[in-house]
Design a protein around this ligand. Structure first.
Ligand code: NAD
Ligand code: IPM
Ligand code: MN
Length: 347
């Protein structure tokens, strides 16, 4: 029995998680998978209503009573500080210590690539983003705020333990893929915090003679992802570099509407979410592409030992793309729920 907590969140998060749950119910029935789901009312609406973001008993339940969390997106223009997103989304990643944020991208239809002459399969990379450290740790603050003397500061934090576990996962993943790994950083400018991971990589690489390990400065990496996308297999970055490169990589294969992710730590509740945000500009229009959320569900099924079901979901999503049974961001004319119905039928 897979126990799945549903956290739709804000904006189109609710629309795409609704779609993913429809597919989950369908695939569970089709493949005989026992699943138990429960919806959680966490997000901007609740915050505006009650002032609560992540009540402690809810956090304890998520940590102890579930195997997986399927999450939409957090961010709402009515909460300019985004305090709820910080406490719910970043709070879950950090407090559950979900140190691996895996964000795979694959070009399934050449017409979706904004670059010239790239064939289907010509972009196939896995971004491995460190998910608990760097400038995301929330250490910092403002001094003399709202005065002409205001000073703002955020600390970038890196630990050797954090680098080692990130790299070990990435090397193992590279071994299962095309055997290539590149660490992307700004170690030329951020010598200590980014230099640490380079040191860890140099120490670990000899244990993986079958993996070609490289280091690239992230600015050059961003350029080469555009000019030579096929060179990239496993792409490793800290929390911020990984965040930025994952949107860039998504753009190479059709955009955020196709980019899934998982946040994991072996033995703990795992979190699955589309890479995109709450997209306030299209909420309620039916234009939200549900495929990133549905592909995140496929990652869940894969991780919980249902590779055939995962494959069926991925193939159905690929068909939606190739046959243009998709939303306007991918050149289709369907609404969110029509794409969902197509995917279910294709499964
Ligand atoms: P966004 O990802 O929400 O949207 C960027 C652009 O992509 C928009 O034009 C949007 O319409 C489009 N888009 C995104 N997802 C789409 C989909 N599934 N189908 C079709 N089009 C899609 O990024 P943003 O506008 O910078 O952020 C909006 C809010 O979401 C902010 O509050 C931000 O902090 C938050 N956010 C949350 C997450 C998350 O919860 N994981 C991720 C990114 C941004
Ligand atoms: C993501 C988002 C978040 C992040 C924001 C909303 C804080 O961009 O999940 O990629 O930077 O991690
Ligand atoms: Mn992001």
């Amino acid at each position: 029995m897979i126990r799945v907590a549903l956290l739709p969140g804000d904006g189109i998060g609710t629309e795409v998680i609704g779609a993913a749950v429809t597919v989950l119910e369908h695939v569970a029935q089709r493949f005989g998978i026992a699943v138990q789901t429960e919806w959680f009312d966490l997000g901007a609406e609740r915050y505006l209503r009650t002032g609560e973001t992540m009540p402690e008993p809810v956090f304890q339940r998520l940590r102890n009573e579930f195997d997986a969390i399927l999450l939409g997106a957090y961010g709402d223009p009515r909460v300019p500080s985004n305090i709820h997103a910080k406490e719910i989304l970043l709070g879950l990643r950090q407090r559950l210590d979900l140190y691996i944020n895996l964000r795979p991208v694959r070009l399934v239809d050449a017409r979706l690539c904004p670059l010239k002459d790239v064939q289907a399969g010509g972009v196939d990379m896995a971004i491995v983003r460190e998910n608990t450290e760097s400038v995301y740790v929330g250490i910092g603050g403002s001094f003399k705020p709202d005065t002409p003397d205001e000073v703002a500061q955020n600390t970038m934090l890196a630990t050797r333990k954090g680098c080692d576990r990130l790299l070990q996962y990435s090397f193992e993943l590279a071994r299962k893929r095309r055997g290539k790994l590149v660490l992307c950083d700004k170690a030329n400018a951020i010598e200590s915090a980014h230099g640490l991971c380079r040191k860890a990589l140099k120490a670990m690489a000899p244990n993986y003679p079958d993996v070609e390990a490289k280091m690239l400065y992230a600015d050059v990496a961003a350029m080469r992802m555009v000019t030579h996308p096929h060179e990239f297999d496993v792409v490793v970055g800290d929390n911020m570099i990984g965040d930025i490169l994952s949107d860039l990589a998504a753009a190479l294969v059709g955009g955020l509407g196709l980019a899934p992710s998982s946040s994991t730590h072996p033995g703990r509740v795992a979190m699955y979410e589309p890479v995109h945000g709450s997209a306030p500009d299209i909420v309620g229009t039916g234009k939200a592409n549900p495929l990133a959320a549905i592909l995140s569900l496929a990652m869940l099924l894969e991780d919980f030992s249902h590779p055939q079901a995962a494959q069926a979901v991925r193939q159905a999503c690929d068909r939606a793309v190739v046959e243009r049974q998709c939303t306007p961001d991918l050149g289709g004319t369907l609404r969110t729920e029509q794409v969902t119905q197509f995917v279910c039928a294709a499964i």
